[in-house]
Design a protein around this ligand. Sequence first.
Ligand code: SAH
Length: 424
Amino acid sequence: MTVSKAFLKQNRKKRLEQGHPWVYPGEIEKIEGDPQGGDVIHIVNHAGHFLAQGFYNPLSQLIIRVVTYSEVEVDETLFYDKLEQAWKRRQWLLPTATSCRVVHGEADFLPGIIIDKYEDVLVVQILSLGMEMRRQWIYQALKKLFNPRGIYERSDVPVRRLEGLEEREGFVEEPFDTHVTVIENGLKILVDVAEGQKTGYFFDQRENRAALKPLMTGWGLSHGIKVDETGKPKSASGREIKNPFWNGAEVLDCFSHTGSFMLHACHYGAKKVTCLDISEKAIEMAKENALLNGFLHRTEFVAANAFDFLREQVKEKKTWDVVILDPPAFAKNKQAIESAVRGYKEINLQGMKLVRPGGILVTASCSYHLSASRFFKMLQEAAIDAHKVLRLIEFRRAGIDHPVLLGSEETDYLKFAIYEVFER
Ligand code: SAH
């Protein structure tokens, strides 16, 4: 069988050569052959010089997705090798992790597929027609590489329609218990891979959660507690403080989902954490997670809309030492950026007001349509309106198991910043 060829235009931006993994219809001069949706196609430049092989889908704006820069056969063996390499990279970079993202789509040279490992369970999300047609290759390779207790598919995402695919969700083979307790930074976290958001949990903030560590202690003095000459913590009135977490932070974990930031905050010494999420189910799970780790007495839970909650707390003049904001992606596409920015600004503005002078704002955005520079600008606008001055402690991205290709900003989506907040 001869492989079809897509000739790219001579006068195009050399994105493919810069590491970008997609070809758009407007970049193609002509197609030689009769490729069908999902077929492998050779991408060549205007002079016919080979550039890469990709999956072809005429229904999609991403008409070709690069699979390999070599001319090797795109077969089951190639898929196995790619999956093995992706897994080896994680074992190398995260040698102690038993749960992580194993495949991050294009950035692992497997376009349109996400694979998360939850201890002995694998969750797969398929987002491209090329992968959809070859999913048995992936399942076979995964069984060989991991011998998992089960594989669950979470292709229940509307973006599949852009590839002409229906949403799908369920057990790949035999049913199994979809509840898994994953270990992250030494904490136990209950995940339901069938019911949880996305593929069940967000591994991308693993390292960012660990970055909370130094922020969680050192607050006793600002709570009016002093250590006396015998080393005992005492209140301003001289009463001895019995709470072993007297030096810990009071934390608001907003958009908590199943409470991962709350768990880390407690683990690193927080005195009290308030967990807020709009989803009752997520809050129930967060509570179970607090119980599982022995943190129930240091936590409280609120199921509410963050926009209302934050405003109400400001009105009531409530404050926290550390406020964490990890909202969902408000900007689902380019057109929605400006309205999304208004949403981000509002929660950040209210969030800043809830931080005690000298306290900390931890703020994130997982929307790749919102660039890092727009994210900083949004924070600046919020700080101006809230009469605050922000001083950066750390700016971070997604964790090491979510690689980013230089030249493909789509793979670089997570922004995570830690600021000290001062009055102005
Ligand atoms: N911090 C979490 C991930 C947050 S995902 C973690 O590390 O695991 C975003 C969460 O925001 C979801 O759990 C969703 O239920 C919640 N959410 C969405 N809109 C909300 C709103 N208006 N108010 C409060 N929570 C909201």
